[in-house]
Design a protein around this ligand. Structure first.
Ligand code: ATP
Ligand code: MG
Length: 724
């Protein structure tokens, strides 16, 4: 069989990895050295030459987007559509397993996935039920405790409390929370993994079945697996010696979320026959970008150590732009991208990466001003919007009355005069009688001691949901969603919310109806066409799980040509010809939370290494002398990460006729000059500070921050006087 198209585009080390005989291996290599390429080519090679069907392969990636991309690449190598192969995230695959074996996993057939928000609510309720003061025992802290225990594979009974109040209290919350989850048939994200792992441990016949089925297991971004994920892999691999993992210790950036960089070291001990293959040639970036990245990461201790090289030549120097403030920074980036597009490049070949989501707003405004289409990854995602969650809350209750999180969410949205006291009574009954909120509410209505007013508000809600159920029996998914929204009263409720926001919410509700209409579970990445063990999970449950799990890595159509905006975390594994790292400032990046702890500072540095190595040809680092973020003004020094890059690799960008690094743009005016930060006086608005400018000559406009807010003014008409 001719597999030259699979093997030819590889170097020797890559080819060795792709054609390894069946065995375990660790492919340890730096950014852009072809790790992901090795995985896809190996899968194609296994199918073409080793007689392994796609059905016998399991590939784990870090995001749904990465899984989809991998699928496309394999299909193009195989020149046929790929069906039956399990490729997805740990969460997605675990979810699939639990659906197929719900009984053995001790879950109800229509179990629901709780997202972070549902989880927080439930923890709050459980803590209150235990009589804990929210101030002393913040729910967020308890959520963090629960999730990190689950990530470590620990149930309350496995945890020693050392007679310590903090541990004892959190264990009590964890225990009560877990009971509430079991009662309501709800599963949080961390639970998906832990439960799937336990499913295998407790059911050897199921484990054997999957061990026999999968001839090869392949894992990308292995450096970011946590304890339970690694345990999950080890159990599945057993002694079959068929696990190939690829990773880069220098790109481990999820330690704060429980990832264990040590898993890389443990791998060779746990899989005795495994081989280590290193790839050192980089095919992504220019020499200057690579040298900068190598130097930067050289400041970390305890690395496994590897140096990247390229034979592509040095390329351009790295550009450093010092802006006056964040608006100037964003404007500069937008202008630079506009020029890039004008030169005949695509928008989506450019990416703006930042440390914190809050930075995106100003960048978006700059994109809008220059009419550059853009797309944000990992911002607030469609299924996370309040209006969507509310609609889904009703839908969930229709499907499952015991869904307490949904009950809490919508019982008084839109407001239906259900007072806090009434709600508290419902919770109390649920607590005492160990039943769901729904049943508690029913019991309260039946109880004659309640005032008529309270009774009415509760029974009004109960019959609304019953009504929805009746009106949607036997209809298709789209009609169901449409009718539930119609009956919920959400539409008039959002119509009252004035302005664009209300309008956007209504549009999103419409979008939810279309999403339901076009929902196809076969598109699910781990959908199994042979249907082994698949119980007929209702399409509705499938859709609700999809909404929680998928929550989309991104919003909007994926094929549009847009500038890509995302956090550095979300950029892992991706590459772009033109990359901006915005906000290279101490306190922002490295983040101030990481400054005290050496371990976390090193993780920030790895994140910077990830950022730098996304760039293929052009890399811009920008920082602002003053930055308004989250409502406060900051004057940050240049990030240490910039100073850790050798000076000779960096060129400072200077604009027009400006000299200093502080880059004062000068605007020539017939009778004077303005610069950014200049104080000016306007006859009507009073004193202000110049924030921004655009255009030249008669077209020149300045943005000035006056006490009543900022305004754009035509320089030639405004008659601004400079002060000082
Ligand atoms: P990261 O660590 O960022 O995930 P990676 O090691 O997974 O990077 P890939 O994304 O697989 O690297 O490859 C980086 C780029 O180099 C891709 O554009 C890929 O197509 C290209 N590439 C990899 N190997 C070769 C090769 N042998 N010849 C030509 N191009 C290659
Ligand atoms: Mg990769």
């Amino acid at each position: 069989m001719d597999v030259s198209h699979i093997l030819d585009p590889l170097n020797d080390a890559q080819r060795e990895a792709v054609t390894l005989p069946k065995q375990s291996a660790l492919i340890l290599a730096g950014a852009g050295s072809g790790k992901t390429r090795v995985l896809t080519h190996r899968i194609a090679w296994l199918i073409k030459t080793q007689g392994i069907s796609p059905f016998g392969l399991l590939a784990v990636t870090f995001t749904n987007k990465a899984a989809a991309e991998m699928r496309v690449r394999i299909e193009s190598l195989l020149e046929t559509p790929l069906t039956g192969m399990w490729v997805g995230t740990f969460h997605g695959i675990s979810h699939r397993l639990l659906r197929m074996h719900y009984e053995k996993a001790k879950l109800p057939k229509n179990f629901q996935i709780m997202d972070a928000d549902d989880q927080l609510r439930l923890v709050k309720r459980v803590s209150a039920g235990l009589g804990l003061d929210e101030k002393q025992w913040p729910a967020r802290q308890a959520v963090w405790f629960i999730n990190s225990q689950k990530d470590e594979g620990l149930r309350p009974k496995n945890i020693e409390d050392y007679d310590d109040l903090y541990l004892k209290t959190h264990l009590a919350i964890y225990g009560a929370y877990q009971e509430a989850c079991e009662r309501g048939g709800m599963v949080d994200f961390a639970e998906l993994l832990l439960r799937a792992h336990e499913l295998w441990l407790n059911n050897p016949e199921i484990l054997n079945h999957y061990q026999d089925r999968f001839s090869a297991l392949l894992v990308d971004e292995f450096q970011d697996t946590n304890t339970v994920q690694y345990a999950w892999l080890r159990v599945l691999a057993g002694d079959r010696d068929n696990l190939i993992v690829v990773g880069d210790d220098d790109q481990s950036i999820y330690g704060w979320r429980g990832a264990r960089i040590e898993n890389i070291q443990r791998f060779s001990e746990d899989f005795k026959n495994s081989q280590i293959i290193r790839l050192e040639q980089n095919y992504r970036s220019t020499g200057s970008i690579l040298k900068a990245a190598n130097h930067l990461i050289g400041n970390n201790a305890g690395r496994l150590g590897k140096e990247l090289w390229t034979d592509e030549g040095d390329g351009d120097l790295i550009n450093l732009y010092s802006s006056y403030n964040e608006i100037d920074e964003a404007r500069y980036i937008a202008e630079r991208i506009a020029r890039w597009v004008a030169d005949g490049n695509r928008h989506d070949e450019s990416a703006i990466l930042y440390r914190s989501n809050a930075q995106s707003r100003v960048l978006e405004e700059a994109m809008l001003r220059l009419q550059l289409p853009y797309r944000i990854y990992g911002g607030q995602r469609f299924f996370e919007r309040a209006e969507i969650r509310n609609a889904l809350g009703y839908i969930r209750l229709v499907s499952q009355r015991d869904a307490d999180a949904a009950f809490e969410r919508v019982v008084n949205v839109p407001p239906r005069g259900m007072g806090n006291r009434t709600l508290e009574e419902i919770r109390e009954v649920a607590r005492l009688e160990q039943v769901s909120l729904w049943i508690a509410a029913e019991r309260l209505v039946a109880d004659s001691s309640l005032t008529a007013r309270k009774k009415n508000s509760i029974s009004g809600f109960l019959s609304l949901v019953e009504d929805m159920d009746e009106a949607t029996r036997g209809v298709d998914l789209e009609t169901l969603v449409e009718r539930v929204i119609e009956k919920s009263g959400l539409v008039p409720y959002y119509e009252k919310e004035r302005g664009e926001r209300g309008q956007a919410r209504l549009e999103n509700l419409g979008e939810l109806v279309s999403a339901a209409g076009s929902f196809d579970p076969k598109q699910n990445l781990t959908f199994d066409p042979l249907g082994e063990n698949i119980e007929d999970v209702s399409l509705l449950d499938e859709f609700l799980s999809h909404a929680s799990l998928e929550a989309g890595d991104a919003q909007g159509g994926s094929n549009e040509d847009c500038v890509q905006l995302m956090t550095m975390h979300s950029a892992k594994g991706l590459e772009f010809p033109l990359v901006f790292l915005a906000g290279m400032e101490e306190g922002l990046f490295p983040h101030r939370m990481s400054l005290e702890e050496p371990g976390r500072l090193e993780e920030e540095r790895r994140l910077c290494y990830v950022g730098l190595t996304r760039a293929m040809r052009y890399l811009y680092l920008t920082h602002a002398e003053s930055r308004r973020l989250n409502g406060s003004d900051n004057y940050n020094r240049l990030s240490r990460f910039v100073t850790e890059i050798p000076e000779e690799l960096i060129q400072e960008v200077r604009l027009q006729n400006t000299g200093a690094r502080s880059s004062n743009f000068d605007i020539n005016q017939t009778d004077g000059e303005f610069s950014l930060g200049q104080r000016v006086l306007h006859a009507k608005f009073g004193e202000g500070v110049v924030l921004n400018y655009e255009g030249q000559g008669n077209q020149a406009r300045v943005q000035v921050n006056f006490s009543e807010g900022s305004k754009w003014l035509m320089v030639s008409f405004a008659n601004l006087e400079t002060i000082g």
